[in-house]
Design a protein around this ligand. Sequence first.
Ligand code: CTP
Ligand code: MG
Length: 252
Amino acid sequence: PAARQPGGSQDPVVAAVVVAAGKGLRVGGDLPKQYRRVGGRAVLTRTLAALAGSDRIARIQPVIASDAQDFYRECLADLDPAHREKLAEPVPGGATRQQSVAAGLEGLARSGHPDLVLIHDAARPFVDDALIARAVSAGAEHGAAVPGVAVSDTIKLVEEIAPGIGRVHETPAREKLRAVQTPQSFRFGPLLDAHRKAVAEGRDGFTDDGALAEWAGLPVVVFEGDARNRKITQAADLIDADRAFSGRAFSE
Ligand code: CTP
Ligand code: MG
């Protein structure tokens, strides 16, 4: 079970679920993107190091594909021993991101309920302490909180009427839109209940936990994200990340 952190009984016990069970189809290549190296270390190693390096996070539950055990062990070998201590045994992911998050939450439920859980994409290695701190405080205060950044493009709501052609239904006011990232921060019990309700009702395919929480009736707030906290999604993102991490010390 996660130990209560120093700093007084007010501090919530915070755990993180890192979802790393995707196939990385859009990046392509033989090795899933979370196991590719950027600046000499695997993306997943960097993500785990960033979270474990935060003294606000007591425990981390990795979620990996069952056929990726060997790749995962290689990531562990590259981690600082003090960081490794925070890692729970990985649990196997599911066919969708939502199923992988649920598997991680059930893993944490078995090893003692934290007060707060951060759900984070393995594919976002740029997460830093300042963003983690904002996630923890917004989640503790509001119960369900997701990081968002203002969008610079105008966004259209469309319906596809032919391949590559979408009929425009609506243009939402840009200043009201936020592009949402991870880490997303929730009180543990309500998020676990929301995921269990989705399983019970056969709802799958929520692409983020904010949307699942909304569906379950939890009020969700958006806090200030970080434009640098990009998700590695396309091959070019991997090249950019490699450049950004090269020449930068591992601990930074
Ligand atoms: N993820 C997961 N289990 C899944 C699908 C996704 O754990 N069944 C994780 C990915 O490993 C990633 C995060 O969710 O860290 C965000 O998903 P995404 O960027 O879509 O990654 P992939 O699904 O791996 O990539 P793609 O959609 O291009 O195949
Ligand atoms: Mg995906």
